[in-house]
Each structure stands twice: as C-alpha cells, then as structure tokens.
Write a protein that binds this ligand. Structure first.
Ligand code: ATP
Length: 362
C-alpha cells in the first residue's frame, strides 16, 4: 500500500506579499500629545507643542540642530522634566506626571552612567535588585551574552573600551525588558568606526529584545542608519516625521532638505507638474503652482565636460566611492555628486544637467 503523500500547508505570514515583506503597522506604544516646555520667560519655548506616536518595537530618531528641543522632549518622556502642557501615554496609560522610576522606561545616558567601583556583572545586576539573587545573576549573564560581553563579567568599567561600556549600559537597561528605551546621543563618545559598528549592534539588540527606542541625535547619517522613522525638529517643533526614505525624497522645507542630506535650493515658477528654472523646464515630483522653492539633490545633477559650457568647477572633494563638486554657474554655486570614475579638475568648464524630478518645498 502506498502512503498518501502528506500535503504540507504553508501559511504566509500576515505581512508577506508577493513582492516581499511589507512592514506591518505596529500597535501604538507611546503617544506624545502637544508637549510644551518653557524654561525662561522672554525666551522662546524649548519645546513648543511636540506630538508623535511610536509603535511597539519601533525605533524613532529625534533629529535636529543644537538647541531645537530634542533632549528636553526626551527628558519629559523619561520623567526627568515636567511639561508645562501636553500628555504622554504609554500603552494607553497617562504617565505625564509619574516619576521616572514609575514609568518602566529605560534610559541610556550619554556617559553610560556605569558605577565605576562595580564590575560589569554587578553593574548589570543593579537594575535587577527586586529579583531573587540567583535569578538576577542568571538574567545579568544572559544579557551580557546577548551584548557579546561574556567573559568580561569581572572587569571594571575603566578596563573596557567605550563601545564595550556602551554595551554594558545597554545590557543593564534591557535586563528589565522595558517596552521603551530612551537614548540621548549614546554614540557621541565613540570614535567614528566604533560609532558605526555600535549603532548597528544597538539597533539589532533592541529589535531582538522587542523594545522600542527613541534616539536623540544631531547626526543625520546616524538617524538614517538606525531609525525606522525620523522626527526632524526645528525651534521646539517636529517639522516632519516619516521613514528616512520618505523624508529624504520628499522634504517639506529647505531646512529639512538641507538637514537630512545635502541639497541645492533653487527658485522656480511651477505650473502643475512642470517648473521653470534657470536650468530650463524641469519635471516636479508633485504638482505645484506659482513661485516655489525647489530641492535638487547633488546626485540628481550630471556634469558634462564642455569647453564652451556656462559653468565651471570651483571645488572638488574626492570621497573614494564618489566625488563632490562645487560648480559655479552665473551667481549660483551648485553642489554635485558624481561617480568616482569621471574626474573634473577645478577650473574645468562644464554643463550641468538636472536629470530627475525636483521637489517643490513648503
Ligand atoms: P543639543 O543637541 O545641543 O543637546 P537639544 O536639541 O537637545 O540641543 P535642548 O537641550 O532640549 O536642545 O534645549 C532646548 C533649549 O532649551 C535650548 O535653548 C536650551 O538652552 C534650553 N534649555 C534646556 N534645558 C534648560 C534648563 N534646564 N534651563 C533653561 N534652559 C534650558
């Protein structure tokens, strides 16, 4: 007798599509509603009405220049600063007036705030004081294994590199499985190579532990590398929030276009999907009418060698994988990125060609 072949049923995960995996909208973890903080009468408010939502397990970067209110926003969420107005809800519970220790939120400080006299294991166990001794020890060792520091349990913080200290701080924070971890410029004390490595590790660790994260940074590259979404802040307000891709491709203002990546800002006169500029008529990424400012990314411009060309190369920076040029045409200096292959010397006459849709701002 032949056995009936078993039909294996394969269930597609909810978020799978024929084109790949589409990120599923996570359940809301945190709701920040109209937060305000004014430190000094007469000065502009540090935070002037900030609102956003954060999903379970999501990584959000608060990105903006110095003094725009990132840290104050983070400190209000953590409970280290009291808002003048607004609400903070965590899984629907109003935590606006709770002290930090009653919020169940983890915090990674810029200087890691490790106890110098305690060894690595004791530092991680510190947050687990409520667990029985053996359980705390097991959990601390498990967390140290997770952050790749097994074997270094008996070292003191000063016997570790900056990146290792950062991981101890993260292990201590994640040991209590907080739904949310707040991080204020956590990589700023690391050198450039270590920063790139550590930020990817931190993202991986948060994702694998299921904790959401809010990262304060003024480094746009860091925000794009680590965050699922970025909230760009200017003068105490969130001026745009979206995925790195959305914001890079569709900045809402000249400020955002220049803060997230580099951009050339040009004037133009729009008519539907076309705009008239000093570089000719160009297609628009979305319809607009009348006088507009436009964002043209440096990689959207091609340089052509032309001895009679109207523009000349006035500066060049070789960056290995590509080159950055400053090109003067009349009164305007344009930033152009082109492949590492073609090299134009400073002084070369060239022609600029904008070879993509340009984005109308505001
Ligand atoms: P940075 O990137 O430089 O840390 P930030 O975007 O995090 O800046 P905040 O630290 O939130 O900005 O500061 C926002 C504004 O509030 C600044 O003008 C700052 O001087 C002011 N500020 C912050 N904390 C206090 C305080 N405790 N007392 C008075 N003013 C404050």
């Amino acid at each position: 007798m032949t056995a009936t072949p078993k039909i294996l049923s394969f269930k597609m995960p909810a978020e799978a599509t024929p084109l790949g995996f589409r990120p599923r909208r996570a359940q809301t973890l945190l709701e920040v509603k109209g937060l305000r903080k004014h430190f000094t009468q007469g000065d502009t408010p540090a935070v002037a009405g900030v609102s956003f939502d954060l999903g379970e397990g999501e990584m959000l970067a608060l990105l903006g220049p110095s003094g725009c209110g990132k840290t104050t926003t983070l400190r209000m969420i953590g409970g280290f600063e009291t808002p003048d107005d607004g609400q903070i809800l965590l899984r629907g519970r109003n935590i606006t007036r709770l002290p930090p220790e009653a919020r169940g939120i983890g915090f990674v400080f810029q200087d890691y705030a490790l106890f110098p006299h305690l060894d690595v294991l004791a530092n991680v166990k510190f947050g687990l004081r409520k667990l029985p001794r053996v359980a705390a020890e097991l959990r601390a060792r498990e967390m140290l294994a997770l952050v790749g520091l097994s074997g270094l349990e008996e070292r003191k913080p000063h016997e570790l590199s900056g990146g290792q200290q950062q991981r101890v701080a993260l292990a201590r924070t994640l040991a209590v499985a907080p739904p949310l971890v707040l991080m204020d410029e956590p990589f700023s004390n690391l050198d450039a190579a270590m920063r790139v490595e550590t930020r990817q590790e931190v993202r991986k660790l948060l994702k694998s532990s299921g904790s959401a994260g809010i990262l304060v940074t003024h480094d746009q590259e860091e925000a794009m590398a680590v965050a699922d979404r970025i909230a760009v802040m200017e003068n105490g307000r969130v001026v745009q929030i979206g995925t790195p891709d959305e914001i890079y491709r569709n900045p809402v203002s000249a400020f955002v276009a220049s803060f997230l990546g580099r951009s050339n800002i040009l004037p133009g006169t729009a008519s539907g999907m076309v705009v008239k500029t000093e570089f000719g008529n160009l297609p628009l990424s979305r319809a607009a009418n009348g006088a507009v400012s436009l964002s043209v990314r440096p990689e959207q411009i091609m340089l052509e060698a032309d001895p009679q060309g109207p523009a000349s190369v006035v500066g060049r920076e070789f960056r290995g994988h590509d080159q950055l040029y400053w090109v003067q045409e009349g009164e305007r200096c344009m930033l152009v990125i082109s492949g590492a292959g073609a090299a134009f010397e400073v002084g070369s006459r060239v022609r600029l060609r904008i070879c993509d849709c340009v984005v109308p701002l505001g």
